[in-house]
Design a protein around this ligand. Sequence first.
Ligand code: NAD
Length: 486
Amino acid sequence: MNVPTGFRFDPHKCFIGGRWVTPKSGEHMHLTNPSDGAVICGIARGGAEDIDDAVQAARGALNGKWGQTDAASRGRILTRIGQLVRESVDELALLEANDVGKPLSQARADALALARYMEFYGGAADKIHGETIPYQNGYTVYTLREPHGVTGHIIPWNYPMQIIGRSVGAALTMGNAAVLKPAEEACLTALAFAEIAHEAGLPDGALNVVPGVGELAGSALSRHPDVNHLSFTGSVSVGKIIQAAAAENVVPVTLELGGKSPQIVFPDADFKRALPFLVNAGIQNAGQTCSATSRVLLHADIHNEVLEMMADRYRKLKVGPATADLDVGPLISARQKTVVSSFLEQIEGNAYVAAEGSIVEDAPAEGHYVKPTLIAGVEASHVLAQDEIFGPVQVVIRFENEEEAVAIANGTDYGLVAGIWTADGARQMRFARAIQSGQVFINNYGAGGGVELPFGGVGRSGHGREKGFEALYGFSTLKTVAAWHG
Ligand code: NAD
């Protein structure tokens, strides 16, 4: 692997039952660096047999040491993992920057978030419990919160560390044993995480990582009859396949899918405070963020003023290699660049490019760079305002009044996140209720990404919640015990 870190894992191998094993097929794929197109390393191409081994190893862990590990001890192990992640933050960031093309400081923030997830869930492990229920005389009734069993985690390439933290972290906290299938485009931090977890004392089989392509390894994991819960983060189209597979085995599934999240600005807002949130939430990770602000709704009275403020910021945005740590890195792949470019070709009618950032001159030609693009004059019903672009592109939509703003905000298939900027407290409250989404932010956007804050969508953005304590309810099942004692 041509990324200089102290990690010892061999990317050609899967991590199953506490050991690094070559996939049964002996095959591997190539990981490339989105910043320059260079091959980073070969990576295991796990298949159905490897997934089966991983599920069996997870079951073995539940029937063995991991199943016997009490809540406080689980918490200590997770906390220890968090400590080791924290000590490796720079190395993890370097792996992620090379693998995903994410500017170094953004990759570092993800590594810190992973540490934070482990600390948060480590602390929560022995603080979540059932209840006693007042019932008829002669009975004592209580509930037990138990793990599902083997949990399958299929994750995308855009935020591997954060998504591992919120899904695998929560699953382990509740005593499940996890099988993780990272995305084929970005696997390195998933394997590094396995190495760290092992070193922290996580019993063998409690976490298994099988890299591989979605149609083989991902499909095998989602359809495996001995998997008791599925957590999927990715596209709507694959989410539907996963939900169908879960239905076949009648297991619960959490779907964290896409978004077309708006920020809405009223004339009484603090524009200066709003500006960095409006722009950064659109360009972070080159816009390849499920909760990206891809629509900015500006009230007609302040439309031109705020648009010009945003445009001014866009003109200063610099795009370049991840390790140069500029505002924006490359897209993940040539394919993603084609997708984003095809959206940019659909600027039509009254829509126009209000401003663009620039790609630095020494950016390698083989990197997948796209200029951040701010598009104004977009109709709310246009494809640019309806579809998830997943690139550094924001559309600006003008609105006249509160009613229209709510209708536009709710007028897509998605419902992940929304932000509103206004000093009017009553309007804030009305909006928070009227917006159809999993999270609403008032006079901020993202609240710093807090691991404590339940996250998930409505509509095509998915269902189920991860992050916070809510994830712990999702990654456990409730058993009611009614004892008659007279
Ligand atoms: P994707 O759906 O193509 O892939 C996601 C994962 O699914 C990968 O691991 C892939 O290998 C696997 N997969 C693909 N086909 C499969 C199949 N038939 N069976 C089982 N697994 C399969 O998504 P992507 O392009 O990697 O990620 C981008 C999408 O993810 C965007 O839509 C984005 O909004 C969404 N996303 C959502 C969140 C969230 O929390 N809501 C977070 C990050 C990304």
